[in-house]
Design a protein around this ligand. Structure first.
Ligand code: ACO
Length: 323
């Protein structure tokens, strides 16, 4: 599989840690030292479809292809503005990819990675030729802005990649899920409280709508599972950690990234970070970073990279890719 082009987009409005300190009892020192996050971009009404379409248009321009040549759109998100029509179909209309089959995929922060592996399987089978995989999230719509333990962590944004078949460039993946531990990270519930018995609008937000997280459990899960699945994919690809040029990891917390570097005995120079600018953008974090690294010249043809992510579900995965 070969990356033909990438694109990313984040909303214009930047919310700093100091801005958040004016709405909840927090401060820049706590957020920076616990997470590495300094600021995040927050949508002012733009939907996941609009963010995703903007990222996709940049990827199409980068790939220099006709939108009509895209035959599949996989949209990874757990913050769709509508479930009908799905976000991928909304994006199809906005970018004019009228020959594409379109569907959404929800694996929380692992979504883009799962989308990449699905794309690879379709390309290997010959079912599709040019596949657009997008991660797009409006986390701000499902955050409880009075809950300091979650609202400081997340941001909005989208990233996209266009993939095509290439037998010369290896792609190897591992992934997993653990529904038993799903309760440590929940949100997005749509079953309305009391909706069957009255129409009191004050009661219609579901208890399960806002993101709720047992941060320490998610932390422990991430620092053990990410190195484990990276080791698995290295073994499957027949590579050692030193063979890899860059590790492109889900951008949730800089302490998780440092712990992964230590456990794998790799230099942090090989693990680029941009979460200080965007916070955790869930399924969008890996493709936003991928796009930045391609555009600033860090990533070059012929390099070997590892992607790895983890998220709600619980879900996780790692991929080895020759670019
Ligand atoms: N500002 C100031 N104080 C705060 C804040 C805040 N924003 N949030 C929590 N605190 C307080 C708590 O109330 C607690 O106070 P107490 O000791 O008086 O009770 C104290 O800080 C420590 O709280 P902890 O939750 O123990 O803090 P911890 O060191 O574990 O850090 C964090 C919390 C940053 C969330 C960490 O657990 C973490 O990064 N976990 C992983 C989260 C993650 O990666 N999530 C993404 C999942 S991916 C997806 O699918 C969305």
């Amino acid at each position: 599989m070969h990356i033909l082009g990438t694109g990313s987009y984040t909303p214009k409005r930047v919310v700093t840690n100091d801005d958040l300190a004016t709405i909840v009892d927090t401060n820049d020192e706590w957020i920076s030292s616990r997470t590495g996050i300094k600021e995040r971009h927050i949508s002012e009404g733009e939907t996941s479809a609009e963010l995703g379409a903007r990222a996709a248009l940049k990827a199409i321009e980068d790939a220099a292809i006709d939108p009509l040549d895209i035959d599949l759109i996989i949209l990874a998100s757990f913050t769709p503005d509508l479930t009908l029509p799905n976000v991928a179909c909304q994006i199809q209309e906005k970018i004019g990819a009228f020959n594409a089959t379109c569907y959404d995929l929800n694996a929380a922060c692992s979504g883009f990675l799962f989308g990449l592996s699905s794309a690879n399987a379709y390309l290997v089978s010959g079912m599709y030729r040019n596949i657009l995989v997008i991660g797009s999230e409006t986390m701000s719509r499902t955050i409880d802005w009075s809950d300091r333990s979650t609202c400081v962590l997340f941001g909005d944004g989208a990233g996209a990649a266009i993939l095509t078949a290439d037998n010369e460039k290896a792609y190897v993946a591992v992934s997993g899920s653990d529904g038993v531990k799903g309760k440590v990270l929940t949100g997005g519930g749509t079953i309305l409280k009391n909706f069957l018995i009255n129409s009191d609008t004050a009661n219609i937000v579901a208890d399960t709508f806002y993101i709720k997280m047992d941060g320490q459990e998610v932390f422990k899960f991430a620092v053990s599972k990410v190195p484990e699945c990276i080791n698995q994919v290295l073994e499957k690809a027949g590579k050692t950690p030193d063979d890899i040029d860059y590790y492109i990891l889900h951008q949730a917390n800089v302490r998780i990234i440092s712990s992964v570097a230590k456990r794998l005995h790799i230099s942090e120079d090989k693990i680029p970070v941009n979460l200080h600018k965007y916070g955790n953008t869930s399924a969008a974090s890996i493709p936003i970073l991928l796009d930045e690294l391609r555009r600033d010249g860090t990533l070059k043809s012929g390099q070997k990279i590892i992607f790895s992510g983890f998220g709600g579900g619980l879900t996780w995965g790692a991929s080895y890719m020759e670019i």
